[in-house]
Design a protein around this ligand. Sequence first.
Ligand SMILES: *[C@@H]1O[C@H](CO)[C@@H](O)[C@H](O)[C@H]1NC(C)=O
Ligand SMILES: *[C@@H]1O[C@H](CO)[C@@H](O)[C@H](O)[C@H]1NC(C)=O
Length: 439
Amino acid sequence: MQQPWSIYLLAIFMLGLDSKLVGQAFQPEFAEPLMNITIPVGRDATFRCLVQNLGGYRVGWVKADTKAIQAIHVHVITNNHRVAVSHNGPTVWNLHIRSVQEEDRGQYMCQINTDPMKSQIGYLDVVVSPDFIAEETSGDIMVPEGGTARVSCRARGMPEPRVMWRREDGADIVLRESNGIKTKVAVYEEEVLTLNKISRSDMGAYLCIASNGVPPSVSKRIIIKVHFHPVIQVPNQLIGAPLGTDTTLECYVESSPKSINYWVRDSNEMVISSSKYEVMNTVISSFESRMALTVRRLTEEDIGGYRCVAKNSLGETDSLIRIYEILGPTVRNTSPVTRRGDLKYSTPIEDPDEQFGSAERSDDEDETTDVTDRLQYQTRNRTVQHTTNSAHEQKLSNKVRKISNKFEIKSGFETNSCCRVHSYNLHIAILVLNFYAYN
Ligand SMILES: *[C@@H]1O[C@H](CO)[C@@H](O)[C@H](O)[C@H]1NC(C)=O
Ligand SMILES: *[C@@H]1O[C@H](CO)[C@@H](O)[C@H](O)[C@H]1NC(C)=O
């Protein structure tokens, strides 16, 4: 609270009166300047005024900006109960401010009541560590893919805090401007982070950190979720296996929010784990998972189509995988040339030992007289490889190539559209391939 002028004047008058009684052999002098103090709010501050030859003069303290008298000699004048004074002999005069508050910030003057008055000034700076302003700081958000996510973090503190953003996983923040320019930064220094045309790869935890040099800095974790329709990728849409073996089908799903994933047979019967089937869902990331279905001891009834289905609140998608029968190694040994056995499918990106088709390749390598003709086409980003391996099947192979080329064009055209259409086309292509293989 401000001191009334009357008390200020009265105090000066009293000081003056005292000094005249004592006389002035030596003039008092300040022995050193008042130190400036920088202190976090809540702590205690002490100004120390060093005076030589004080004699009969008195030392007083005034808050220079408000002119409020804090203390005279050993008496506290202000009614701020956090202020106290102490001294050590006639030389060391202290002004104590307990539990410093922001309103205590300012200039403090140590005065000696000489005529004219002598004084020196020290500055009390009160600093405040950063703190988020709750109303202006975002919580977790969800945005549809392609939309805009805008998150803000505002902090108070003294000095004014700096706010920066980074991704918790250490990946770069991708900033897309409306003119299409894309920049990647590890750290973004603004209070508001705007992610335009947001993509699923932008999904994750973002940290906003506010700091102003006064510890502790504060950080807030904001999760940005990107929602999109589920998408399925199938590395291998045709699986050849001999009866009696175990066969695994797999689908890769991207979905947010997380999808419910399941398998159905072409009869629309749902496939659930049993002695026949093993159904497995493996989480790869916050929005990616792998679906695997193992069909044990393949029988005639198991030949056919299996659809992996992924469903979330935004929609549903599925993809078809077909199991077809090929003759097992023991059968092949007795009749090496069978047309069906000559068309094999493998997925080079997979561990070759996991795929029956690839495991068979060693048989082919033994047949040194074979002419090997490999056809490749892309299913989305994955490669499916056909191998035909006998010279007198070259004609068939040429037919296959033609169909494959046709398919490649279609497939290439559709890589961006949904996989449902894609798998449908593949299905058609497979039927045609099978037709030529059998004829
Ligand atoms: C205190 O700060 C002021 C500026 O605010 C400066 O002029 C003065 O020299 C400082 N005093 C000391 C003792 O450093
Ligand atoms: C797709 O292929 C490109 C080029 O071969 C590669 O850089 C990229 O990582 C692949 N993407 C996936 C999802 O496999």
